[in-house]
Write a protein that binds this ligand. Structure first.
Ligand code: NAG
Ligand code: NAG
Length: 194
């Protein structure tokens, strides 16, 4: 085996740099599995929450959203016209599972201008039921990312907002957990399944 000539070495390096710089992997491809988001405010629920992205509809995340508002839908299940629609545009929306399909809720939020939706399970005591949301096959189009979280997380978030008379939380979503030092990862104390 001979050594690479200097020329060949430069060509190989050039190709490598080109591949790294130009062949960008779309970020959403990297979020096939569970993702995390962090509540920044209110501080009392300032934890890292585990979430499951929609399985077969909508779009994945193509960027990291920092200090974005998570507004509670009104009505909270998002199955009829949102009466707080003026608070929706440009924000993430928190909706409760049930009454209508996932796609219907998320499409309604998108239509009102939401950039993402977090659906929480409607069983406040359930800490483990992380549903992979699937399409209802009615041909409703969804173009925004959506996540599912367990009932205990969803209800804790809602109750904390109510206690603080807030209509929205501030979140970072999604979080690249590989960048977060282990000792900084604060998990919700009521959920032991991270
Ligand atoms: C998170 O960061 C690591 C380390 O830089 C990177 O390799 C990985 O692709 C990132 N993951 C996502 C989902 O962005
Ligand atoms: C949570 O939901 C899962 C799936 O439906 C179920 O198996 C489990 O028993 C539930 N746990 C509680 C505490 O309700």
């Amino acid at each position: 085996m001979r050594f690479l000539s200097l020329f060949e070495l430069f060509v190989s390096l050039g190709i490598l740099v080109y591949v790294i710089v130009c062949v960008e992997i779309p970020a959403w491809k990297l979020f096939d599995h569970d993702v995390y988001f962090k509540v920044v405010d209110p501080a009392e629920i300032g934890y890292y929450y585990r979430a499951s992205p929609a399985k077969d509809f909508g779009k994945g995340f193509n960027k990291y959203f920092e200090h974005t508002l998570l507004v509670v839908a009104d009505p909270v299940q998002g199955c009829s016209e949102l009466v707080n629609s003026h608070k929706i545009p440009g924000n993430f929306i928190l909706v409760e599972r049930g009454e209508c399909s996932f796609v219907e809720k998320i499409a309604r939020c998108e239509e009102a201008g939401a950039i993402g939706v977090i659906v929480y399970d409607n069983n406040p005591d359930n800490r483990s039921n992380l549903v992979a949301m699937i399409d209802d096959d009615r041909g409703i189009e969804v173009n925004i990312p959506s996540l599912f979280i367990v009932g205990s997380d969803g209800f804790h978030i809602r109750r904390a907002l109510e206690r603080n008379s807030l209509e929205s939380a501030i979140i970072n979503v999604p979080i690249n957990m590989t960048y977060v030092p282990e000792h900084q990862i604060r998990k919700p104390p009521w959920t032991k399944t991270l």
